[in-house]
Design a binder for this molecule. Structure first.
Ligand code: WT7
Length: 630
């Protein structure tokens, strides 16, 4: 039994949870990983298929460019699909899907592999080879994971752009990755309306010149412009003999790039995080297995979007590597009614629900009556990710959704880490708002400005001290920025960009970002991107964006703009600017409020002091103003 001596507001696991857990206790795994860290990861890796074994688990001779499973050959798509198709798992459901309109599709492991092989052949016929980049800009439909796996199968590098992004965000990501092929949809359903993905893509393609072919998956059925010689219908190509099911898979070096995923950073352009076949595979497989105690009979639902790292690691790769049944839902949580999610949990008998605090807060707003109308007794475990969960939302999730029986796995991690880093396991005592402790074997610390570990409950920089298999390998196109941004502040340690504190029980509490990243509804946005979208409007000379607390979204964007000389301040201008940002970047980046100002607080070197703007907006003391210009 866990010792019951922890401090603060603790929720101990029930006898039932502890007895029924089919994974080892946290202490047991941690002891194993502490004794032999590389041996622990090697044991996990050996549960997967390698056509050639690795000769070295970790190569740290070129720090911080770590490499894992050197000499090993594998392919993550093989381990997700082919490995299971060779066993009685062949008929098991790999993917369950419900459309916003209520349609249902499902794929057994056999069927999913078949589709992936056909798609892989199709990509080959378009001239895509190992190492080529393919951008995916799609809604939440089965063809998205199928396309990702098809790229992986042939060693192409996928770059998924979230379907909620728009023109400028998409163009920039295509351009930076120099993708040759774009895979998109005619449209995506969102709250009963159609998001015109193809139309947005057409506009983006006018701003970039690397795309040779566009594959369009039909989903919403409206008329779209198809450019001759460039645009191709997926369903037409899939009917051709080139979309053959025979696809001999190529085994790849463990360090072969698997995907790029763009994420917002401190300054300037979004960063292209690079993950690889071998290490990422081992990391996502292992963490999902232990944290969500994935069982043969489980139906597991990660309600994120496949376009974010959560979806990559824990809708697509992690679950399939574990032979699990992963559920994907196309639409909005409250459409057409606020019980949509609860209805689907009941209908499909979902056992594990993994979502974000913002979604919980959004659903909580509609009251208990909606979930209470449904039988949610299939749920065994819950999960949370993306931002700190406030105790009120934790309680509601725990009592109303989990009916007090389901532990909440509050997983802290990042696009860069690829896998869960601070997380409980099912029998770990929980404290609402804390992700508990680092995953077995990981060493993390909290440092002050001088790099000295702070005392219990003191705030500081959260760092990671040892490498892990699913860690990013570099920033694609910018290895120097990788070194500067993540490994330079405290030499030898990975800087997370978060501030945190650790309590007397060794539990970690994330406070928030210490850089210019704003978490809006769990989505990561950079002040720089929002500002550059604002400045791209003809009326704007300068802009500054900050995040301010918001009840549902966690943070909301507030922007301050200086107009160009001679620009009249008409009534609709701020509204027009908000729509402009939404058009350029996507609705998620739309500022809550825009204020027109005459000047912005700057340092003498001309940098905007966002913390001063923020303090002023919150009515707080702006702190040290020594560097302020005026
Ligand atoms: C940032 C990373 C990793 C999946 C989704 C986000 C914040 C993430 C938690 C959590 C408190 C969290 C951090 C982190 N964050 N999970 N459980 N508790 N904060 O990935 O977009 O790369 O963002 O999200 O600030 O640095 P991401």
């Amino acid at each position: 039994m866990p010792d019951k001596t922890l401090t603060g507001d603790v929720t101990y696991p029930s006898e039932e949870t502890v007895q029924q857990a089919r994974v080892p206790r946290w202490e047991e795994l941690a002891a194993e990983a502490e004794k032999d860290y590389l041996g622990f990861w090697a044991r996990e890796a050996s549960e997967l298929y390698w056509s050639e074994p690795w000769t070295q688990v970790l190569d740290d001779s070129r720090k911080p460019f770590y490499q894992w499973f050197i000499g090993g050959k594998t392919n993550i798509a093989y381990n997700c699909l082919d490995r299971h198709v060779r066993t009685p798992h062949r008929n098991k459901l790999a993917l369950l899907w419900e459309g916003e309109k209520g349609e249902f599709r499902s794929f057994s492991y056999f069927a999913l592999r078949r589709e992936v092989c056909r798609f892989a052949n199709l990509l080959r016929s378009l001239g895509i080879k190992k190492g080529d980049r393919v951008t995916l800009y799609m809604g939440r439909i089965p063809e998205l994971p199928i396309a990702m796996l098809a790229c992986a199968r042939i060693g192409a590098i996928h770059s998924v752009v979230y379907g909620g992004f728009t023109v400028e965000a998409l163009a920039e990501r295509i351009e930076d990755s120099k993708s040759k092929v774009l895979i998109t949809c005619d449209g995506a359903y969102q709250r009963g309306k159609i998001v015109p993905l193809k139309q947005i893509a057409d506009e983006a393609l006018q701003r970039t010149g690397t795309i040779e072919s566009v594959l369009v998956v039909r989903r919403t059925g409206q008329e779209v412009n198809m450019e001759q010689g460039r645009d191709l219908w997926y369903h037409e190509l899939m009917n051709l003999p080139i979309a053959n099911v025979d696809h001999p898979i190529e085994m790849l070096d463990a360090e072969t790039p698997l995907f790029l995923l763009y994420t917002s950073g401190t300054t300037g352009k979004p960063k292209a995080i690079l993950h690889t076949h071998g290490g990422y595979m081992v990391g996502t497989y292992t963490t999902l297995k232990y944290v969500f105690d994935i069982r043969e009979e489980d139906r597991y639902w990660c309600a994120a979007d496949p376009g974010w790292i959560t979806g990559h690691s824990y809708i697509v790769y992690g679950p399939l590597l574990n032979g699990a049944t992963s559920f994907l839902y196309e639409g909005a949580p409250t459409f057409p009614y606020p019980n949509r999610w609860w209805q689907m949990i009941e209908k499909y008998g979902i056992n594990i629900l993994y979502t974000a605090p913002t979604a919980i807060r959004g659903l909580m707003r509609f009251g208990e009556a909606w979930p209470n109308r449904h039988d949610l007794s299939s749920l065994r475990l819950l999960g949370s990710v993306g931002e700190p969960i406030n105790p009120e939302a934790w309680r509601w999730y725990h009592t109303v959704i989990g009916r007090g029986r389901c532990p909440i796995m509050d997983t802290w991690w990042q696009t860069e880490t690829g896998m869960f880093m601070i997380t409980p396991m099912p029998s770990v005592p929980l404290k609402p708002g804390s992700g508990t402790r680092p995953f077995p074997g990981l060493h993390m610390d909290i440092l002050n400005e001088e790099g000295v570990p702070v005392g219990a409950n003191e705030e500081g920089y959260l760092v990671i001290q040892n490498p892990w298999p699913a860690m990013m390998r570099t920033l694609y196109n910018d290895p120097q920025r990788y070194v500067d941004q993540y490994w330079s502040k405290f030499p030898g340690m990975y800087l997370t960009g978060d501030s945190a504190r650790r309590d007397e029980d060794g539990y970690y509490w994330i406070i928030g970002r210490v850089d210019d990243v704003i978490k809006v509804s769990g989505y990561r946005l950079g002040t720089a991107e929002i500002e550059s979208a604002l400045v791209s409007h003809p009326a704007v000379a300068e802009a500054a964006a900050i995040g301010l607390p918001h009840e549902i979204k966690g943070n909301a964007i507030h922007a301050f703009v200086i107009l160009k000389a001679g620009q009249a301040r008409h009534d609709h201008l701020t509204e027009e600017l908000r729509s402009h940002v939404s058009h350029e970047l996507g609705p998620i980046a739309k500022p809550e409020k825009i204020e027109i100002v005459d000047s912005l607080p700057k340092t003498r070197s001309g940098k905007i002091m966002r913390r001063v703007l923020k303090a002023r907006a919150l009515g707080q003391d702006p702190g040290n103003l020594a560097t302020l210009e005026e």
